[in-house]
Design a protein around this ligand. Structure first.
Ligand code: GLN
Length: 199
């Protein structure tokens, strides 16, 4: 049988965590790629049949608290550990990390990385820079009160000033910056390739 090359993407359904933060921008980015998305706000929304999940930027302490209160922390952690693909940006990276260097919290704790919150300080609260992202190419990266990764056992896809800002560990993709706040869909597309097992 002939395989429609778009079929993999068109059949894909991603759950976008929508407790707080920049989730709408992720929905729009994936929908432009032809991917179906559903918002996850409650435990009941986290169902079977999701091909992957997305953890948006925002405020990790607020998101972590809401995840706990909704009873989502453990089911989602278990699902990621069982291989559910996940893409975390900024606060999403913080939620995935197994250690935070300047904060006692650990949330999902699935990504082998020590992450520093608000790592660029007040002077450089927000900035934009062109990065080379392995597997993607030159990318316009937007940082907003961003963390960076001090140490990691994951594959480093991009760095700024010697600090990792994009990593991959199996089916976990995490960036300190916000690809959803640019018009460039290539990081989202790269995540779709991870979900489909193409890369
Ligand atoms: N500073 C936020 C935090 O620590 C992350 C910022 C972001 O997601 N843009 O959670």
């Amino acid at each position: 049988m002939l395989r429609n090359p778009l079929r993999g993407v068109l059949n894909m359904k991603l759950g976008i965590f929508a407790l707080q933060g920049a989730f709408l921008e992720h929905r729009l980015a994936f929908e432009k790629l032809g991917v179906r998305t559903v918002e996850i706000r409650r435990r009941a929304h986290f169902t079977d049949g999701l091909d992957g999940i997305v953890l948006p930027g925002g405020e990790s302490t607020v998101q972590g608290k809401l995840l706990r209160e909704e009873g989502l922390l453990y089911p989602v952690k278990e699902a990621i550990e069982s291989g559910l693909p996940v893409f975390g940006t900024c606060a999403g990276l913080i939620l995935l990390a197994d250690r935070l260097s300047n904060d006692g919290n650990v949330y999902f704790g699935v990504l082998r990385a020590t992450v520093k919150r608000n790592a660029y300080g007040r002077q450089l609260g927000s900035f934009r820079t062109d990065l080379t992202v392995r597997g993607v190419g030159e990318f316009p990266a937007v940082f907003i009160r961003a963390p960076y990764i001090e140490e990691t056992g994951a594959e480093v896809l991009a760095s700024v000033g010697g600090k990792a800002v994009a990593v991959r560990q199996d089916k976990i993709l995490a960036t300190a910056f916000h690809p959803e706040l640019t018009d460039d869909l290539r990081v989202h597309s790269y995540f779709c390739d991870i979900v489909r097992g193409k890369v």
